[in-house]
Ligand binder design. Structure first.
Ligand code: AOS
Ligand code: ZN
Ligand code: ZN
Ligand code: ZN
Length: 388
């Protein structure tokens, strides 16, 4: 049997980071739908992230994206976050949104463009020094569209060089997380297409380089929990960008498309010790709320991760090991399916009451009148969104 007190303790200490870009307007390449009450700048995105934390109790940091969240004084922004009861989490550089990056950023054939991209990455470490952020999340849109367009091998060399320069610049307590993505925006080769490429670069660099697993960045049918177990066992799982996908990088709410997959991932985390703070696994969301209201969607997403984690914590590990040793396939599998089938909502409601929170965070948010307030307050001025 699992110890309910230990389950609750573990759930209290799990932190789920929300992304600043999920609070702004977003869309597809066809249309960005403007919503009411959307933050007008980085300060207001932090205000909204603080609201998500206030109702969930487990989302105490927000990731920034530079330059979308560029401000003149990052110390002031960090202070603003602290005053709102949260902190600034991972810094996400952007080396994909300028014309110079047509042929890539750090893998670009032109050394001047590579230099520009590297300078931006280094600037982001300077920002981390000021905000107190521990993680630099690196995602490169680099790749090629046509066979022969560029040398695959040379591009890997250029990537290594840039990663090395950034790694050597990291300060004490700072890490770099290297995200991979199968395709998009490049369609023939991506320069970091999969976890193996990311892992190899991280191993070359040293222990503070870790792999970032975005759940939407794999081929359909990929066994993500296998990747998670493998990386965790080798201390190379830096963290997640959680989201749901039906087709490609859909960036829908985590736990919406396939809660069983999220559970299986969390089972590997729990069994592999990945919930221990010392494991250093960062649980971050990377989502966009194109058609649904953003703050309740982020609350829902945090709760979905928490529910999957609670179910994973209910897995009877001793029984599971026993059945595995005996080769009792059906009983071993039933240990997982029993935990998955458990309704953890009462347990989570109790946990929230212990934490001084409303047991139903979404209902509490709706009742609070917060949305009506920000809709009025933010009626003038341009809403923040992609590229803003
Ligand atoms: C892009 O597909 C990646 O998921 C990035 O992690 C992320 O969406 C981007 O960096 C947000 O700015
Ligand atoms: Zn991502
Ligand atoms: Zn993505
Ligand atoms: Zn995604």
């Amino acid at each position: 049997m699992t110890d309910q007190r230990a389950v609750r303790e573990a759930l209290r200490t799990q932190h789920i980071e929300t992304p600043s870009w999920a609070y702004g307007n977003s869309g597809t390449r066809f249309k960005v739908f403007a919503q009411e009450g959307v933050p007008r700048d980085a300060y207001e995105k932090i205000d909204d992230a603080a609201v998500v934390h206030r109702y969930t109790g487990v989302a105490p940091t927000v990731a920034l994206h530079i330059p979308w969240d560029r401000v003149t004084d990052y110390g002031d922004l960090a202070r603003h976050a602290r005053e709102r009861g949260i902190g600034i989490g991972a810094i996400n550089p952007n080396v994909f949104q300028e014309d110079e990056y047509r042929l890539g950023s750090v893998c670009n054939p032109d050394p001047a463009v590579r230099r520009k991209a590297l300078d931006h990455l280094l600037e982001c470490v300077d920002i981390m020094d000021v905000t107190g952020s521990a993680d630099l999340s690196l995602w490169f849109a680099d790749g090629t569209n046509y066979p022969g367009q560029d040398s695959i091998a040379d591009r890997q060399e250029r990537l290594s060089e840039a990663l090395r320069a950034v790694y050597d610049r990291l300060g004490d307590g700072q890490r770099m997380l290297v995200e991979y993505k199968l395709f998009e925006p490049a369609f023939y080769t991506m320069d970091v297409p999969d976890w193996g490429t990311s892992y190899a670069h991280c191993v070359d660099l040293g222990p503070r380089a870790k792999v970032l697993v975005d759940t939407g960045h794999h081929a359909p049918g990929t066994n993500i929990e296998f990747i998670v177990a493998f990386l965790l066992a080798r201390s190379r799982l830096g963290g997640f960008h959680f989201n749901s996908r039906f087709y490609a990088d859909d960036d829908l709410m985590v736990g919406a498309a396939d809660p069983y997959q999220l559970f299986r991932i969390m089972v590997e985390i729990v069994l592999g010790g990945g919930l221990e703070p010392a494991a250093g696994v960062a649980f971050m969301l990377d989502q966009c709320h194109n058609i649904e209201p953003k703050i309740p969607a982020l609350i829902r997403s945090v709760l979905n991760v928490q529910e999957a984690t609670a179910k994973a914590l209910l897995v009877d590990a001793a029984a599971l090991r026993g059945f595995q040793r005996e080769g009792d396939v059906l009983s071993a599998n039933a240990v997982l399916t029993d935990a998955f089938a458990t309704d953890v909502r009462p347990l989570l409601a109790e946990l929230r009451e212990d934490m001084g929170l409303d047991p139903d965070p979404i209902a509490a948010y709706r009742r609070s009148g917060h949305f009506e307030r920000i809709r009025a307050e933010r009626a003038d001025g341009a809403a923040a969104g992609w590229g803003a």
